[in-house]
Design a protein around this ligand. Structure first.
Ligand SMILES: Nc1nc2c(c(=O)[nH]1)N[C@H]1C(S)=C(S)[C@@H](COP(=O)(O)O)O[C@H]1N2
Ligand SMILES: [Mo]
Length: 362
């Protein structure tokens, strides 16, 4: 009887296994896709981004059966020293990094995390994913076989893909249930995968810099906020001239993998722009830190953004960006510029901001 079941399973698995070249090219495609979606995921965290995060998870999970098929096929090329080639070590390393990327992703999802200091399991996962792209491209160069259309065009291949994605969705759903039932540290993730930090005010969430920003505390007596650029009246505002009247609840979601919901208090950027008289044809507003770290928002979005002096009814602490930080609800944490000293109205975007965020503290 059990022999019969085993035979059934064997046949089921055999039915599910795509032709070798389809497996290889699917792995290639899936790795590029997950690296791409993973990279893009640093850009957003609002509900409309859920598709991107789900696509990343489902395709990432589909890599598990694909890699298993591949491993079963090439196993003897590794275990049999007679079959080793010059490229074999690279193949092995590529495979190991692929499994490590998947396992770190899974560990993150369950909130299992040894203490690596500020480096979260999610960051390790991201690093391995990017390393994998590099290794895989090198690996594919050594063993390049063009894909063949008839193999991909088969109806069965489409069904195999469908089965893998559906299975991935069930596995992911099962993971959510497990996390809830066992109330693990992974249970409080939001759509981005970030874990919740509970509480209100400065002490309830981490102080984080994207790379190396670490300025001395900014003395409000010497500090001024400069509003300049495409405005009728550029001017400087001392701290005392800011009237922090607006409050807003907003979620700060750091790509490192945590989030916090806080009540922020401060000045609406739109009010500053109105006072300065922003030009009709202005399209962006750039928020710049004392460190040179900066980010621009399209002007309509910038108008709605808050320049926060307070968090959870407390004045912002130095670490969280005192005297003034950007609160941009639709954006990921790294765009919430801290220690702002300049608001510049601009007619065009600022691609160099990406570099500025990486090098500002160095
Ligand atoms: N000037 C400046 N602002 C910055 C950063 C930085 O390195 N420099 N880091 C960003 C990142 S990556 C995040 S997640 C948030 C963290 O804000 P917090 O330290 O108040 O938690 O600030 C953002 N603002
Ligand atoms: Mo961050």
């Amino acid at each position: 009887m059990s022999g019969g079941i085993r035979e059934q399973v064997r046949r089921g698995v055999a039915w599910l296994e795509p032709p070798p070249r389809v497996v290889d090219w699917s792995i290639f495609g899936a790795v590029l896709f997950t690296a791409g979606t993973g990279s893009l995921s640093v850009l957003g965290h609002t509900p409309e981004w859920v598709v991107l995060f789900w696509a990343h998870r489902l395709v990432g999970l589909s890599l598990v059966p694909l890699l298993a098929f591949k491993l079963a096929r090439v196993r003897t090329r590794v275990t049999d020293p007679g079959k080793w080639q010059l490229s074999t070590p690279l193949s092995i390393v590529t495979g190991l990094v692929a499994f490590a990327a998947i396992i770190t992703g899974a560990l993150w999802v369950f909130g299992i995390e040894p203490d690596f200091g500020p480096v979260t399991m999610l960051s390790v996962h991201a690093g391995l994913g990017l390393l994998l792209v590099l290794l895989m491209v090198l690996h594919a160069r050594t063993r390049f076989r063009p894909p063949s259309k008839p193999e991909f065009a088969r109806r069965r291949t489409a069904m195999q893909y469908g089965a893998m994605l559906v299975a991935a969705a069930f596995v992911y759903r099962g993971q959510t249930l497990l996390n809830e039932v066992f109330d693990t540290a992974g249970a409080d993730r939001r759509l981005t995968g970030s874990h919740r930090r509970e509480g209100d005010g400065n002490d309830s969430f981490p102080v984080v810099s994207w790379v190396a920003d670490d300025p001395d505390p900014v003395d409000t007596d010497g500090w001024q906020l400069t509003v300049s650029g495409a405005v009728e009246e550029p001017h400087d505002l001392p701290y005392g001239a800011l009237s922090p009247e607006d409050t807003e609840e907003a979620t700060l979601d750091c790509t490192g993998g945590w989030y916090t919901v806080q009540n922020w208090g401060g000045v609406r950027a739109g009010d500053l722009l109105d006072d300065a008289g922003a030009a009709e044809d202005a399209r962006y507003v750039r928020f710049e830190s004392v460190t040179g770290y900066r980010w621009s928002l399209p002007i309509e979005e910038a108008r709605d953004a808050l320049l926060a002096t307070h968090v959870g009814d407390e004045p912002l602490s130095h670490g969280h960006g005192a005297p003034l930080r950007l609160v941009a609800p639709g954006r990921r944490g790294f765009q919430w510029v801290k220690w702002i000293e300049r608001v510049e109205v601009r007619r065009r975007g600022d691609p160099a901001q990406w570099i500025a965020t990486l090098v500002s503290g160095l």
